[in-house]
Write a protein that binds this ligand. Structure first.
Ligand code: 13P
Length: 243
């Protein structure tokens, strides 16, 4: 049995004025037995922690460095995230791979750094539109899994998120049949088959129930629709309904 997780990725969005949404999402999280996670900008983590939110909401970071400390201007370590209350950290998001040139090997090292700090690593993989159109999706995902998922990953320390890059923030998604086939394939590639596999890319209140109902989809990683309680709650409820 896999963990069931509704995770929000706020990306570079959110200032103190938005903490009311975090509190409201924490309240909504109390109505589900699924794990609800918000990966906030690092600046908001201590402020969210200071609110004594309901424990049903878990907090996460969006990236971490491979080292615990050192001369790495602008970076943040997994230990630092854990200290301010994070339980999860996203590693290898396509926006990090694309805009920061992160390699599979670096992402695997980040996942191990996350584990060392006691965090669950949400490891992201996904193909570009060009690779999708060329029918290379599974080949690309296999390569990313082989390179960025450490062999000793377990369902306790790791969550896999499949996010087709062309579906992120576009309103486009693969067909249900495609998501189902891809997730079923991914399951066979995991070192521990009980690792939760999340789908991400334009998940919203309208499509969440159908996607969350697919076999081998254990939850979602949500960008834009996780920014407000009004948009995120239906996605949490869609996952809860599939139990
Ligand atoms: P959207 O839900 O905004 O498409 O973003 C998905 C994503 O990148 C989550 O990590």
């Amino acid at each position: 049995m896999c963990r069931r997780i509704a995770a929000g990725n706020w990306k570079m969005n959110g200032v103190a004025a938005d903490l009311g949404e975090v509190s409201a999402i924490a309240d909504a999280a109390q109505d589900t037995t699924c794990e609800v996670v918000l990966c906030l900008p690092a600046t908001l983590l201590p402020q969210a922690g200071a609110r004594n939110l309901p424990k049903a909401l878990k907090l996460g970071g969006q990236d971490c460095h491979v080292e615990t400390n050192g001369a790495y201007t602008g970076d943040i370590s997994a230990e630092m995230l854990a200290e301010v209350g994070a339980k999860y950290v996203i590693v290898g998001h396509s926006e990090r791979r694309q805009f920061h040139g992160e390699s599979d090997a670096q992402i695997a090292a980040k996942a191990r750094a996350a584990w060392d700090a006691g965090l669950t690593a949400i490891i992201c993989i996904g193909e570009t539109e060009e690779q999708y159109r060329a029918g290379r999706t599974l080949e690309v995902l296999d390569r990313q899994i082989a390179g960025s998922l450490p062999q000793n990953a377990t369902s306790e320390n790791t969550v896999l998120a499949y996010e087709p890059i062309w579906a992120i923030g576009t309103g486009l998604t693969p067909s249900l049949a495609e998501v189902s086939a891809i997730h079923t394939h991914l399951r066979t590639r995991l070192p521990d088959e009980t690792i939760a596999i999340l789908y991400g890319g334009s998940v919203n209140a309208k499509n969440a129930d159908k996607i969350m109902n697919l076999e081998n989809v254990d939850g979602s990683l949500v960008g834009g629709a996780s920014l407000t309680v009004a948009k995120f709650t239906p996605i949490i409820k869609a996952l809860e309904a599939t139990k």
